[in-house]
Design a protein. Structure first.
Length: 256
């Protein structure tokens, strides 16, 4: 994967880094020479990802962390600081999209506890990440934050519940706000809006759903975690640092 070399020796935090898109991000940043902290509520998955990176000669640590828990994110920031120093790059990737027989819960039948959990992870968890890791970036005078939104923030996708696009649309607004608020501190803030990406989350729907999306995608395929990682590498590089406040679709032209 092509980079401008500016990720070498930078400390990168990837939430939800144990699987799916997050694992692709971990691999890309590690291969670019970054020291990567893999945060995941699934501690075993976090360790498996970090162990794979260290076995390949890269620098990585695992931190079990539920981003919805503020104290856990604070503790994770301390672990990262002690292991590698303060983070320069934060990828707010952790997110959930509960399914019921391959579909999101209908709003009129949704358990309020499920709604609250999705909001806590997908939205409040992102605030927790910025609150915990952002101050050191501001002190340094350089930082880069990427929030994981979705094309579901801008289009009706029937296989997800209403809580999912609500959080992903909110992240677009937060991205714009934080770009303005944190820009004077030398921090750029952007969001990615992936389309259908080949992950366990995407595989948990009926095959005909993905087939229809491929048919509607000009580039004619499902995306890969590496496609998302390539966009994240650019936005967090020195070459991409003048780009801020943007939400970039990584969707092969689906829904354009």
């Amino acid at each position: 994967m092509i980079t401008d070399g500016s990720h070498r020796d930078r400390v990168v935090v990837v939430t939800g880094g144990g699987s799916g898109i997050g694992l692709g991000l971990v691999k890309a940043f590690a291969e670019a020479g970054s020291s990567v902290a893999v945060l995941d509520a699934n501690t075993a998955a976090a360790h498996a990802a970090a162990d794979a990176m260290t076995a390949a000669g890269h620098r990585a640590i695992a931190v079990g962390c539920d981003v919805a828990d503020w104290s856990a994110v604070q503790a994770a920031a301390t672990v990262v600081e002690r292991a590698f120093g303060s983070a320069a790059i934060l990828i707010n990737n952790a997110g959930i999209s509960p399914k019921h027989d391959g579909k999101g819960a209908a709003t009129l039948e949704m358990d309020p506890d499920e709604w609250n959990r999705v909001i806590a992870v997908n939205l409040t968890g992102v605030f927790h990440g910025v609150r915990a890791f952002g101050p050191a970036m501001a002190t340094r005078g350089w930082g880069s934050i990427v929030n994981q939104s979705s094309v579901a923030a801008k289009n009706f996708i029937p296989v997800v519940g209403a809580h999912y696009p609500a959080t992903k649309a909110a992240l677009m607004g937060l991205t714009t706000h934080w770009a303005g608020e944190l820009g004077p501190n030398g921090i750029n803030v952007n969001a990615l809006a992936p389309g259908r990406i080949d992950t366990p989350l995407a595989q948990g729907v009926p095959p005909e759903v993905n087939a229809a999306i491929v048919k509607a995608t000009p580039l004619g395929r499902i995306g890969s975690p590496a496609d998302v990682a390539a966009a994240a590498l650019f936005l967090t590089s020195d070459a991409g640092h003048f780009v801020t406040g943007q939400t970039l679709d990584v969707a092969g032209g689906w829904m354009m």
